[in-house]
Design a protein around this ligand. Structure first.
Ligand SMILES: NC(=O)c1ccc[n+]([C@@H]2O[C@H](COP(=O)([O-])OP(=O)(O)OC[C@H]3O[C@@H](n4cnc5c(N)ncnc54)[C@H](O)[C@@H]3O)[C@@H](O)[C@H]2O)c1
Length: 448
């Protein structure tokens, strides 16, 4: 089979490479010439564990190639995947200009039947807009070429994207014809050997499934963050509460870790987009509005704790910051809590020296010279008045506290991911702040 994948970002590149791994011939397209050049040389422009080796192998086997020409890429293809970005518009709705632009281009150049698959996360009904955009161009050309549209939302997680794609929990496909179903079944057959389900449904339901999934996950996070904040007030320990509820199989133990709020390229924009879709239909998604509000507040939780400790004026204060990416094992900083924390602390006059194992280049691209960049985690803490842990990279879990103690001005740690143990921190002589685990003096009223 031959396929084209349009867009070589986190989703498109993983999709193309993983399909190539099954023996399919894949042509990947991107408008970014620099990216295409890098990829042709076997260099992966993003950090994604395992992707470089997989890409190299498939380039060597001649199963994957890269081009800036969509026209060339789609000739002779059975299927074309659209995997370009859908960033939020000014009002929070998904901006479809890239998706529909690509659809129009496909219509301008296609010569034979293909299934045109929307893999980008798009609002309900978009695949039909894709269909119209293609049809419009075919009419302009005065040709009648049959094609089908399909929706195939992607559920991979950055940081484990290759594994998620190769061993998916499920594959969701929205179709409207048997012919498209047949093509999709053939394409995904190699990924279903271990019993993972391929769920066919109508296109509206498929598009909705993606937003519902991300919104549910964001809801779990915001719920837990809100509970963590209450734990602090009443003197409960959210770690114990988390274990207490997570062992209930109806709740499950995933996505209930409190922290500094969710970020990344998906949850913030997808929750917003679903809220806007509902608004358009005159329905107010109250739960998701609250999820967004809680998340917005949560991103400044550590700053509030820092202000409580040091006061409102942070002029002359120096902070070491560990973790810039929105989560471990990625260099993606879109909507990362670190950006909000840095902005707020800078506004109060603080200086920041940050370190992230893989996101330093991306951080420098976004933040420029507004902060200092450390060469490792210890370097970030030289003369620091406090250490702020924002992303829970494994290598931050067991630092040498004796070294930190010597490097730092003052021994304070603001742990936004609850990766350290309070008792151990206190034994090490640190002022320790975390999320939902603050000790309080318990006043028990004893009735006479
Ligand atoms: N990143 C994730 O974890 C993830 C997971 C699931 C779904 N998604 C969804 O997948 C879509 C893509 O996300 P991403 O993170 O891969 O985006 P990205 O920004 O990393 O990549 C998009 C790529 O598309 C390219 N592009 C834009 N217009 C183009 C055009 N006309 N022709 C060819 N290439 C073009 C860009 O240059 C870029 O390389 C989004 O809708 C996103 O919501 C993302």
């Amino acid at each position: 089979m031959n396929i084209a994948v349009i867009g070589t970002g986190y989703v498109g590149l993983v999709t193309g490479t993983c399909f190539a791994e099954t023996g399919i011939n894949v042509t990947c397209v991107d408008i970014d010439k620099k990216k295409v050049e890098m990829l042709r040389n076997g260099k992966v422009p993003i950090y994604e564990p395992g992707l470089d080796a997989l890409l190299e192998r498939n380039i060597d086997k001649g199963r994957i190639s890269f081009t800036t020409s969509l026209q060339k890429a789609i000739q002779g293809c059975d299927a074309v995947f659209i995997a370009v970005g859908t960033p939020p518009d000014e009002d929070g709705s998904a901006d479809l200009k890239y998706v529909l632009g690509v659809a129009g281009e496909i219509g301008q150049h296609m010569e034979d039947y293909k299934v045109i698959i929307t893999k980008s996360t798009v609002p309900v009904g978009t695949s039909y807009k894709v269909k119209s955009a293609v049809e419009k161009e075919l009419v302009k050309r005065g040709v009648r070429i049959p094609f089908d549209v399909a929706s195939n939302p992607e559920f991979l997680k950055e940081g484990s994207a290759v594994d998620d794609f190769l061993k998916p929990d499920r594959i969701v496909v929205g179709i409207e014809s048997k012919r498209a179903e047949k093509v999709m079944k053939r394409l995904y057959k190699p990924f279903l050997m271990n019993g993972h389900p391929l769920l066919f449904m109508d296109i509206f339901s498929s598009e909705m499934t993606k937003y519902a999934a991300n919104s549910m996950l964001a809801t779990k996070i915001s719920f837990m963050n809100d509970i963590a904040n209450l734990c602090e007030l009443v003197g409960a320990n959210v770690d114990l509460v988390r274990k207490g509820i997570g062992s209930d199989t109806r709740i499950g133990n995933k996505f209930i870790y409190p922290g500094t709020g969710y970020g990344g390229s998906c949850f913030p924009k997808d929750v917003q987009a679903l809220v806007r879709t509902a608004d358009e239909y005159g329905h107010s998604l109250e739960v998701l509005k609250a999820v967004e509000a809680v998340n917005y507040r949560q991103k400044t939780t550590l700053v509030e704790k820092i202000k409580k400790h040091f006061g409102e004026n942070l002029k002359g204060k120096q902070f070491g910051l560990w973790g810039l990416a929105f989560k471990p094992k990625t260099d993606d900083m879109r909507e990362a809590p670190s950006l909000v924390i840095i902005k707020e602390l800078k506004a109060l006059g603080a200086s920041i020296r940050a370190y992230d194992p893989v996101a330093m280049e991306e951080a420098e691209r976004i933040l420029g010279k507004s902060i200092d960049y450390a060469k490792d985690e210890y370097d970030a803490c030289i003369d620091a008045d406090a250490l702020i842990v924002v992303t829970e990279w494994s290598e931050f879990r067991m630092p040498n506290f004796r070294i930190l103690e010597k490097l730092m001005n003052e021994r304070s740690i603001f742990d936004g991911r609850n990766i350290y143990d309070r008792e151990e921190m206190e034994d090490n002589g640190f002022n320790y702040y975390s999320i939902g685990r603050e000790p309080i003096t318990i006043k028990v009223a004893v009735e006479a």
